[in-house]
Design a binder for this molecule. Structure first.
Ligand code: KMH
Ligand code: ZN
Length: 310
């Protein structure tokens, strides 16, 4: 494990899993995404992880023209590290998933470390009326979704994005994904310090169980030694307890409405910043300090905010 003196908070602002009916706070338009991202950065998030949505109906899109409607505001009004998704959404091709990262050459992009089932079909069970026609089917269809991230797909992202000096949030949804990352480390495509994002609680991935957080940590220690910086996210109601545990184990944390719509038991969050402030308070009370964006840049060996094409 690379020594982490301060905790890096990542905020994943909107994602591609939740849909507008599930929470009025979910940012969907470029203005909403920009506003919530800026608030999250001001609240203490050093890294902002971003997806885009169609302004008309909130459906996920990989169109760089939509990203172009919110990235400049975030880039100019904060000094946060901008991290663009390459996971996209279930209905995007590998090319669509990569298009925005290729155009804007961010300091970071996500890189999903293995193919898997990725299902959230139970999420709409309590919804009586949907705001937009696409939502119900999108959620139901995820029962049959295979999240494609073959070795060839992953290699391609490394080869294309490393040319731009972009570094990676390695999304590891199960123990095997850590071994996949070790394979790319051995071949020189992944370069230390690795940023490893352990993802717990996705249906199809490892469960959000405290034992599994420790299992992830020990396995990453064994595979990567001092060559990695560890972060954890957990889906839904597991978010705050699991990431608090991760911090106690020397990890960094990710919050945001991409991962959970909640701020407490049965209580919807009103914004991304609210979740950032909550974990910040928990960490501060536990005696941790929060990393600034520039401190995160040093810890993760990023190229710097002036080297992006936003
Ligand atoms: N939705 C998260 C569980 C990506 O954007 O590449 C993982 C994620 C994937 O953030
Ligand atoms: Zn994402």
């Amino acid at each position: 494990m690379a020594a982490t003196s301060k905790v890096i908070i990542t905020c994943a602002v909107t994602g591609a899993i939740h849909t507008p009916t599930l929470s009025a706070a979910l940012p969907c338009t470029p203005e909403q995404i920009a506003t919530q991202a800026i608030e999250a950065a001001r609240a203490g998030a050093a890294i902002i992880h971003l997806h885009a949505r169609n302004p008309q109906d909130g459906s996920p899109t990989g169109d760089p023209e939509v990203f172009a409607q919110f990235l400049p505001a975030i880039h100019h009004q904060t000094d946060a590290v901008i991290n663009l998704t390459t996971g996209g959404s279930p209905d995007m091709t590998p090319e669509q998933r990569l298009a925005a990262a290729l155009r804007f050459k961010p300091e970071m992009c996500s890189l999903n470390m293995g193919s898997m089932n990725f299902s959230f079909h139970g999420m709409g069970a309590k919804v009586a009326q949907w705001r937009f026609p696409w939502e119900k089917r999108y959620i139901e269809d995820s029962e049959g979704f295979i999240f494609r991230n073959t070795f060839k797909d992953v290699r391609r992202v490394y080869e294309l994005m490393s040319d731009h000096g972009t570094r990676y949030e390695h999304e590891c949804y199960d123990i095997g994904h850590l071994y996949n990352l070790a394979y790319f480390l051995d071949r020189g495509l992944a370069r230390p310090p690795l940023f490893v994002q352990s993802v717990l609680g996705i249906l199809g991935g490892i469960g959000a169980d405290p034992d599994n957080v420790v299992f992830m940590r020990r396995t990453a220690d064994r595979l990567f030694g001092k060559d990695y910086v560890w972060s954890v996210l957990a889906a839904g109601r597991h978010q705050m307890p699991i990431i608090s545990q991760a911090a106690m184990l020397g990890g960094n944390v990710r919050v945001g409405l991409e991962d959970s719509l909640f701020i407490g038991r049965g209580q919807l969050a009103t914004s991304n910043a609210q979740q950032v402030l909550k974990i910040r308070e928990i960490l501060t009370q536990l005696g941790f300090e929060i990393a600034t964006p520039d401190e995160a840049r040093v810890l993760l060996a990023l190229k710097g905010r002036s080297a992006v094409a936003i």
